[in-house]
Design a protein around this ligand. Structure first.
Ligand code: SF4
Length: 326
């Protein structure tokens, strides 16, 4: 029986190289990617296709939402609970490892590549927190770390693993060339929890939600124009035709909508309860984004599961509602 490994595959170069290094010594490798409203499987699918390895896609939504609410090891630069996120992914991969009879779990982590989440202490914390210390292999930095079980018993040849550390990418680029990898995304990006603009909206949602926010509310954060109104109401205003169509579809979930009647304009979704004053403000914002020409007033329709009503409003000047934008 050949040695079998399950490797976290984000689609980034390091995660691809982790697989290449192990496969190069005859280990049968498969990839696993975790999917949530904050990160998807697109990059991993491309990488798996390029590498020719099977890929498992695992829904990680509940895990990451719980960690965004309560990250035991805190956040990185935005709302990214990287240490706990990594540990939870590795814990889940460990469950798959045991169920599927794999020998170990591997990752593309590189010692000291990120000052907070990939220093020696953090890597150790992740290994311990994930409950998988002896069977968690970091092939790119393995020679600088404690040997794992498969290295100790010879299933994996430690001498053929890497001793990479730091932020320089020189060694990774040389390995990419050696393994014939031609396409890989840049090292940064891919996780919305690291994007400050996105995290402002997520912070607002967390501040106005008890406990863990529902996944469907989190999914709406991908729309760009979010407003928290002075009375506490929250709306999303469509930026383009695709947004407007997607927001209209929310009516099927029982969400109230606003849209212009007498001029072309955006659709807005109202999230949660809204008072009369905020409703008027919301209508005035929708009117402000309408293509009203010389018209002084815009008719806005308010559609709820219980019926619809229309009212004529004066558009608000942009500078008046800019501070409410998240
Ligand atoms: S960047 Fe995002 S996906 Fe990656 S470990 Fe951090 S929170 Fe998790």
């Amino acid at each position: 029986m050949s040695t079998r490994g399950l490797s976290l595959l984000s689609g980034g170069l390091d995660s691809m190289l982790a697989i290449c290094l192990l496969r190069d010594q005859g280990v049968a490798m498969e990839g696993v990617v975790f999917v949530s409203p904050f990160f998807g499987a697109q990059g991993a699918r491309k990488a798996a296709a390029q590498l020719g390895v099977p890929l498992r896609e695992v829904d990680f939504t509940d895990d990451i939402l719980a960690l965004v609410r309560h990250p035991p090891h805190g956040f990185g630069g935005a709302l990214n609970p990287c240490i706990d996120c990594h540990a939870a992914m590795i814990r889940r991969a460990g469950e798959l490892m045991r169920a599927g009879g794999y020998d170990f779990v591997s990752t593309g982590e590189v010692l000291n590549q990120r000052p907070m989440s990939q220093n020696r202490r953090s890597l150790e914390t992740v290994a311990q927190t994930s409950g998988l210390p002896g069977r968690l292999l970091r092939p790119l930095s393995a020679q600088l770390l404690e040997p794992t079980e498969p290295e100790l018993d010879g299933r994996v040849d430690r001498a053929r693993l890497g001793a990479i550390q730091g932020r320089q990418r020189t060694e990774q680029l040389a390995l990419a060339k050696r393994f014939g990898l031609t396409e890989f995304p840049s090292p940064a990006g891919g996780c919305l929890l690291t994007e400050k603009g996105y995290c402002r909206k997520l912070r607002d949602l967390l501040d106005h939600t008890e406990g863990i926010p529902p996944a469907e509310d989190v999914a709406l954060l991908r729309f760009s124009r979010h407003f928290r109104l002075p009375g506490g109401g929250r709306i999303i205003v469509g930026r383009n035709r695709a947004d407007n169509q997607a927001l209209k579809a929310l009516a099927r979930q029982g969400r109230a909508l606003l849209h212009t009647v007498n001029v072309p304009g955006p659709t807005a979704a109202i999230l949660g309860p809204i008072g009369e004053e905020d409703l008027l403000r919301a209508a005035q914002i929708v009117a402000a984004y309408g293509d009203r020409g010389a018209l002084a007033q815009v008719v806005v329709r308010h559609v709820t599961p219980g019926g619809a009503r229309e009212f004529a409003v004066d558009p608000l000047p942009r500078e008046a509602f800019a501070p409410w934008m998240l």
